[in-house]
Design a binder for this molecule. Sequence first.
Ligand code: PEP
Ligand code: MN
Length: 338
Amino acid sequence: MIIVFKKDATKNEINDLIKRVKKLGLKAMVSRGEERTIVGVIGPEDIVRLHPLDVLPGVDKVMPVLAPYKLVSREFKKENSIIKIREGIEIGSEKIAIIAGPCSIESESQIDEIAGKIKEGGAGILRGGAFKPRSSPYTFQGLGEEGLKMLKAVSDKFNIPTATEVMDTRDVDLVAKYTDILQIGARNMQNFNLLKEVGQTKKPIILKRGLSATIKELLMSAEYILSEGNFNVILCERGIRTFEEFTRNTLDLSAVPSIKMLSHLPVIVDPSHACGKWGLVAPLSKAAVACGTDGLLLEVHSNPKEALSDGSQQLLPENFNNLVGELRSVAKAVGRQI
Ligand code: PEP
Ligand code: MN
């Protein structure tokens, strides 16, 4: 249920309604748009039906939200959401965010070298995993807190914000201490307790689409985070499982304009995990920019052959630099910039 206020509604009228909603045992989520304020009411709809809210002063209309996701939907918020990462760095605006770095943080010198190179090459955000969701328990699992410390040190040295994955509810506070953006990996897209936990923080969240998740399921997972009060969610298309096995996954680029149609949240694309082959990353990145992505998540490694994870899909820094150059003209062609 969405309450749309009249353009001239006063602060007191809005606050009175919020108090009333809370008294009924429902949640009120406020979205202050440029023109009007909207309040999303979350909870059993029959309670709202028994206690009509459209009679309250300042209220223009009460609208049911037909989609199963409410706060995430375009019906709730017409304008695109822009997620602020740090002063001057945001995701969802005209500028396309380039998030780059190794699959895993392997050592301080490794992450230091790559951070310097990707920043020089045009990345605005550094990525790197310290907690790695590996298919085999016998492969490298990440450096844990030691890795997070390395990421933070390099972030401070190069003055670049970071994104890193959190896999466990017990680690949310720990990971949040060291990074600007928390990433929920594809395998945890439906770990609802983890979604609720990161929803309690104020950190921007990159929510990756599950391996076999529909767009609707991705949006429902995002709803978990927003319903806890954290509206700073960035959705990520990273390829889905299909019958094709030449590529690691199948990049579903139609997800980008589809999500934009259904939701106000920004959407980024991870071509590295989608295809699993470094030689396919450049063409897929260009296609993603052409079809409206708000950002790219790119794996970059100085020595991919020796990488402790995902060696086959990581770009060399020089290939990354060339790609960013080429992407600038694609971005320009679709009215965006990098
Ligand atoms: C990652 O980005 O490090 C990662 C593991 O990706 P995904 O969750 O999409 O597989
Ligand atoms: Mn990886």
